[in-house]
Design a protein around this ligand. Structure first.
Ligand SMILES: [Zn+2]
Ligand SMILES: [Zn+2]
Ligand SMILES: [Zn+2]
Ligand SMILES: [Zn+2]
Length: 449
């Protein structure tokens, strides 16, 4: 998840100046509604950018600190030798951060960073690789195994107690890959062994089993202590899904005492690494006054009575989750936008918003959610959002008359008009801007991709 700081272009003084100007406009109510809409939009955007800049600093700091801890752990363990990429000698952090975890060769179980693995592939492709044989492992010089040779090679490593090989083989047995017949018992056996050898992916699988009571066809006796033990081991190694699980356990106080700071920190690290559920959890965390276990797991959290900064933060994280195609993220973003109708435009008549209306974006998201066949989320849209959007079918968005026959904007399908004249007037007045995208979308460039 890309949270690189963006240049906000708005200083504190500028923000105050915009705020003061809008306040005067609201108070005197002499300004026309179009001008007020425009001013409100500029203010909303500037406020969003300010909150975003702050959040990005917080996230970056949390990540840096975790990287530092990881580096220290590696160096302590390996007597300062470090777990490094044998090609470029950079630290191979046990985190997914920026792909530093790296590619692994099944011949020797050695890892290179992704960058070096890519360079190696390029060299092989263009024939400039210096090894005698292009199919040699760059690290141990073993000729790279063909598909059917992978299993015996891995089995040999399993016999000598290599956790990474146990994990790969466990996945192959689970999926019936590499010519193996799928076998959940052998798979789990290998998975547990790999977990004990310290392989994060395997540790997470075991943790999920103890948390859910079932994993990959294997039944578990649910256990809070076991869940915590394995999830923590994986999270300490930077496993993003385990970090999300640990965050949730700390938020609801399951197996541990409630620790909201730790929950928030874990969600942050997980979301940073691209876990969209964690991004959703951050959004919900921000808007929920008190934490409700059930709601955290599956419910929608609608921002009410939150201040402007919390509202913007929630938009940011739900938007990030929605960008990953996460249905809950999209649904929560819709609810925030619904609330945004009154939040961003406290003094404007929301029915006549032009050039800054979030309704077309909401409609787009709703259609996307409905297409995902996620029934509970879909139902929530039917109940709470579609009736709001449908109101706009009954009157002309331009002249507000209610003739019997209206035709809708074919692109956004939200606003309706009595004739082409009204439609083109509304378009020029600002619908041109919001029909294709609300200003908030500039912060989520991958949302509609
Ligand atoms: Zn490297
Ligand atoms: Zn090798
Ligand atoms: Zn009209
Ligand atoms: Zn439209």
């Amino acid at each position: 998840m890309n949270v690189t700081p963006i240049c906000t272009g708005t200083t504190k003084d500028q923000l105050e100046a915009i705020r003061a100007k809008v306040q005067v406009m609201r108070r005197t109510s002499v300004t026309g509604s179009a001008t007020l809409n425009k001013a409100e939009t500029i203010l909303a955007r500037a406020e969003f950018e300010t909150v975003l800049a702050k959040e990005q600093i917080r996230v970056t700091a949390a990540v840096e600190l975790e990287m530092e801890r990881a580096r220290k752990r590696i160096h302590d363990r390996d007597n300062n030798a470090g777990d490094c990429c044998p090609m470029c000698l950079d630290d191979l952090l046990p985190l997914d951060f920026s792909g530093m975890k790296g590619a692994m060769f099944v011949c020797c179980g050695k890892r290179t960073c992704w960058e070096c693995a890519d360079k190696w592939d390029e060299k092989r492709a263009d024939g400039t690789c210096t090894n005698r044989n292009m199919n040699e492992c760059p690290l141990c010089k073993t000729i790279q195994p063909k598909e059917h040779e992978r299993v015996p090679m891995l089995q040999k490593h399993v016999e000598t107690g290599k956790g990474w090989a146990m994990n790969i083989l466990s996945v192959m047995y689970r999926e019936g890959a590499g010519g193996l017949k799928d076998n959940k018992n052998i798979s789990y056996d290998l998975c547990l062994k790999a977990a004990k050898e310290g392989i994060a992916d395997a540790q997470y699988e075991v943790a999920r089993g103890y948390f859910d009571g079932e994993r990959n066809g294997i039944n578990f006796t649910k256990s809070e202590t076991q869940t915590l033990h394995w999830a923590r081991a994986a999270a300490n190694q930077g496993h993003k899904d385990a970090q999300h699980l640990i965050g949730a356990l700390h938020e609801i106080g399951q197996g541990v005492s409630i620790n909201k700071d730790e929950a928030y920190r874990m969600y942050t690290l997980s979301a940073y690494q691209g876990n969209s559920e964690a991004a959703c959890s951050l959004g919900k965390y921000v808007v929920m006054e008190q934490t409700n276990t059930q709601q955290v797991r599956k419910g929608m959290a609608v921002a009410k009575n939150v201040d402007s900064a919390q509202f913007n933060l929630a938009i940011y994280w739900f938007g990030k989750a929605a960008e990953c195609g996460d249905t809950f993220g999209m649904a929560n973003l819709v609810f925030q936008l619904l609330y945004g109708l009154s939040h961003w435009h406290k003094y404007a008549e929301t029915d006549t918003l032009t050039g800054c209306s979030p309704l077309p974006l909401m409609m787009w998201l709703v259609r996307k959610i409905k297409a995902s066949n996620h029934s509970s989320t879909s139902d929530a849209m039917d109940r709470q959002v579609i009736p709001v959007l449908k109101q706009y079918q009954d009157f002309c968005a331009c002249c507000t008359r209610r003739p019997r026959k209206l035709s809708g904007c074919s692109q956004c399908k939200v606003f309706h008009y009595c004739n082409r004249k009204c439609q083109s007037k509304h378009w020029k007045e600002g619908h041109k801007k919001d029909c294709g995208g609300h200003w908030i979308e500039t912060f989520f460039p991958n949302l509609r991709k």
